[in-house]
Ligand binder design. Structure first.
Ligand SMILES: *Cc1c(COP(=O)(O)O)cnc(C)c1O
Length: 402
């Protein structure tokens, strides 16, 4: 477990709430009520109902026997890819839209990168009857057309962001601008453990269901603790969700996997912890890709969900405390790992999750090790990318299969 202090700081250094004056009151109001609401019986009953019957939880903790043979240890996959809408994002979207309802809000806005958070939010808004507007970078809309169609079909309005690199960072800026225009009636559903306090904690609480289930599922198998938990980190929500229950147990190695893009020294990377420095972005202080003048550097990753220049304050804290190990995985390594998982276990992973899988290639395991990889999402949305890189596959049947 890990919680920030009352001002939203992890370890007195990372986090906080750096917001324009126009949003100050709104953030304060959210901060004042969220803990009481989300821990109330009325909220928990509703939330658990939707998690179970709508999102399809608990997700399996799958003993991947073929991967286990390959790596000479026991490998489990936490199957967040089997959640409704295809990734862990629905855990948070349902929680926040429900919270907004409890707070009497009339409208939901959100930003999205890969489109997964947008689809999850649109889906939660449809079932919970809330109007929904999703901001998305123009470039991401092109990369993730299918998700744009899904959001529209679910009844959301998708608004293109055409400034900057036309990706997630720009969509976030536009969403914040829109929020400022009507903070009273609008709840802004942030999709990861980023943004001003209390968002990192709020999202962490909703995603912690992942490690709560892992704990129960291992106990059912008569297993105490895993030796390793491995998860990819964009903003860091699936990772903190998978780590949460184990943070206070030093015997469990927590491995956060960033997107190196074309290499951490290439200038085309999204590895904020590996090569970034502390700075302020989107309302909180955390590790950030920036130049010597403090200007944000455009990130790069083949995976839209990891293509973000920052990372959650909680991960900056765990990193500096050396409580988590940080690895970075290049685009090509992730693509190869995705193909490997398809052929080894019959699962097409999201490109984001493939970064976590690639990381276990770089680690040394002993026979008794029990490794949990958080498979954050499924790969349907990435079929175009996989098609474009099929030359990396190295299997003879490429043509007939992809
Ligand atoms: C959005 C996304 C991520 C990255 O977001 P986190 O907040 O770091 O979890 C990872 N995997 C999938 C499948 C995603 O959709």
């Amino acid at each position: 477990m890990i919680r920030p202090d009352k001002n939203g700081y992890y370890g007195k250094k990372f986090g906080g709430a750096f917001v324009p004056e126009m949003l100050y009151e709104n953030i304060r109001a959210l901060n004042e009520v969220y803990e009481e609401i989300i821990s109330s019986d009325a909220f928990r009953r509703e939330y658990e109902f939707y998690l179970k019957h709508f999102a399809g939880r608990p997700t399996p903790l799958y003993h991947a026997r073929n991967l286990s043979d390959r790596y000479g240890c026991t490998v489990f996959l936490k199957r967040e890819d089997l959640c409704h809408t295809g990734a862990h994002k629905i855990n948070n979207a349902l929680g926040q839209v429900l919270l907004a309802k409890f707070m009497g809000k009339k409208k939901i806005i959100a930003e999205t990168g890969a489109g997964q958070h947008g689809v999850a939010t649109a889906s939660a808004c449809a079932v919970l009857k809330m109007p929904c507007e999703i901001f998305m970078g123009q470039k991401d809309m092109e990369r993730q057309q299918l998700n744009v169609l899904r959001m529209q079909m679910l009844g959301a309005k998708v608004v293109p962001s055409c400034s900057g690199s036309m990706t997630l960072k720009d969509a976030t800026n536009d969403a914040i601008r829109t929020w400022i225009s009507d903070p009273e009636n609008t709840h802004y559903v942030i999709g990861s453990v980023v943004g001003p306090h209390p968002y990192p904690d709020l999202v962490t609480q909703f995603q912690s269901v992942i490690s709560k289930e892992i704990k129960l599922q291992l106990a059912e198998m008569g297993i105490d603790d895993p030796t390793h938990i491995v998860a990819c980190v964009g903003g860091g929500s699936n990772a903190i969700g998978a780590f949460y229950e184990y943070i206070g147990k030093p015997s469990v190695a927590l491995v956060a996997v960033e997107a190196a893009g074309k290499g951490i020294r290439s200038g085309q990377t999204a590895a904020s912890l590996s090569v970034g420095k502390p700075g302020i972005l989107h309302g909180s202080l955390s590790y950030l890709l920036q130049d010597d003048d403090g200007q944000v550097i455009e990130p790069h990753s083949v995976s839209a969900g990891l293509d973000y220049p920052g990372v959650g304050p909680v991960h900056s804290f765990l990193f500096e405390e050396k409580r988590c190990m940080v690895l970075s995985i290049e685009d090509e390594e992730a693509l190869r790992a995705a193909f490997m998982l398809c052929r080894t276990e019959g699962i097409i992973p999201a490109l984001e999750s493939a970064h976590a899988l690639a990381a276990i290639n770089k680690m040394d395991f002993r026979k008794g090790d029990l490794v949990i990889v958080n498979l954050s999402g499924r790969g349907d949305k990435d079929m175009h990318a996989y098609q474009n890189y099929k030359h990396l596959l190295g299997y003879e049947q490429t043509e007939s299969i992809i």
